[in-house]
Design a protein around this ligand. Structure first.
Ligand SMILES: Nc1ncnc2c1ncn2[C@@H]1O[C@H](COP(=O)(O)OP(=O)(O)O)[C@@H](O)[C@H]1O
Ligand SMILES: N[C@@H](CCC(=O)OP(=O)(O)O)C(=O)O
Length: 368
């Protein structure tokens, strides 16, 4: 079977703090990817750098902070970025394709399925798909912001064998080594626990945005979807192949899970919940550990306004996020049957009921 790799390159690896693209870096990464291709791997690239590449060209002295300024910088920088990749890849006989996505695109399962089919076709034709967020049209509150999450969603959707997140540091340390020289590096993380989150800090440079925290978020999504992850540095010839082979300069995040069906990926990581249900301890146990459906008897509180068929979040009695599911009742119906056993639900709602379960187990994903 072909090894399919999703490679994410951060702004800090492609541009300088003063702004502008580092063409030597682009050429280096293109040659590393060409090397992977020659060794039989399929490669999908997720690249940042549009804002950083463009801001100086339109007269800003430092990376802009306001949304419309970032969008303007990205409109210029994305074209520069793609031009640089096209040139660098063509010197290795490779063709690159641009795919710009927003979070809104992931909300529609149809748009997502189309994107997957297009990317599969590009890969069949030997083209290298290059993804970035469509910064120029993204709305602030819906932005991915950094591309770490985007790379994890792409890796899960395309059922990658590994996600390689390239950054300016050789992996996850016990604390940010920029501030603590005694910090120690992790070689392997078997499970992303709250302790792992606690040690991951923000961005270390003026051009990076997400820092280690957003990379751990991405690793959580990818490993949850069955894709193992590498986070680290790729700086010398052959480093990318080493990272792909499990011997890279960084941290590996293992997973024991197999790839997740697209419907569950959508539910867990791409859909937009329209409300929340707070459930009691018995329902928490049944949903998270028992593999059961959620029944009206276990629901304590309903928040938000939604219709049957919408996605809602489910929280435990202490407010902890347990997961998401497709709800079978409107919020008003549900408010009228909170905590009731099945018989009384039927008595109260009669023919209005399509399904007794509030959330059926087939339409549920645990995120706890
Ligand atoms: N525990 C940690 N281990 C390693 N790096 C960390 C940690 N906490 C914060 N960081 C910072 O995260 C930075 C990488 O993220 P970022 O600057 O967003 O890079 P990129 O542009 O490659 O996405 C590192 O340079 C480092 O300063
Ligand atoms: N889509 C943006 C990504 C911004 C960014 O800095 O991301 P990252 O370097 O991955 O933390 C761009 O291309 O500028």
């Amino acid at each position: 079977m072909t090894t399919r790799l999703v490679v994410k390159i951060g702004s800090s690896s492609l541009t300088s703090a003063e702004g502008g693209l580092n063409h030597e870096s682009v050429a280096y990464f293109a040659s590393e990817i060409a090397h992977l291709r020659r060794s039989g791997c399929e490669v999908l690239l997720v690249t940042s750098g549009a804002v950083a590449a463009g801001f100086r060209s339109i007269g800003y002295q430092v990376r802009p902070k306001l949304l419309h300024e970032k969008q303007a910088a990205a409109a210029v920088g994305q074209a520069l970025l793609m031009q640089a990749y096209q040139e660098a890849f063509s010197s290795h006989g490779l063709t690159a394709a641009q795919i710009l996505l927003t979070r809104t695109d992931f909300r529609s399962r149809r748009a997502m399925n189309n994107a997957v089919m297009t990317v599969e076709e590009l890969l069949r034709q030997g083209v290298i798909p290059i993804f970035n967020e469509n910064d120029t049209v993204s709305v602030d509150e819906l932005k991915f912001g950094d591309n770490d999450t985007l790379s994890a969603l792409v890796a899960n959707l395309l059922k990658a064998s590994r996600l390689i997140v390239i950054t300016d540091i050789d992996g996850l340390y016990s604390s940010d080594p920029r501030h603590n020289p005694d910090a120690e590096r992790y070689r392997l993380v078997e499970e992303i626990t709250p302790e792992i989150y606690a040690i991951a800090g923000g961005a270390g440079t003026a051009v990076g945005t997400g820092g280690m925290r957003s990379k751990i978020d991405a690793a959580k999504i990818a490993t949850r979807g069955g894709v193992p992850v590498f986070i680290g540095r790729v700086i010398e010839s052959g480093d990318l192949l080493l990272a792909a082979q499990g011997e890279g300069k960084g941290t590996y995040f293992a997973t024991t899970l197999s790839s997740m069906p697209v419907k569950k990926q959508w539910l867990g990581f791409m859909s937009t919940p329209l409300g929340s249900l707070i459930v009691d301890a018995g329902a928490e146990e049944a949903l998270v550990h028992g593999g059961h459906s959620l029944l009206p008897v276990g629901v304590k509180e309903v928040q938000g306004s939604f219709h049957a068929g919408d996605v809602v979040e489910v929280l435990g009695p202490e407010g902890k996020l347990l997961g998401r599911g497709i709800v079978n009742y409107d919020d008003t119906q549900l408010r009228g049957i909170l905590g009731l056993p099945g018989k009384e639900v039927f008595e109260r709602l009669g023919e209005e009921i399509h399904r007794l379960e509030v959330i059926h187990r087939d339409e549920w994903i645990t995120l706890a």
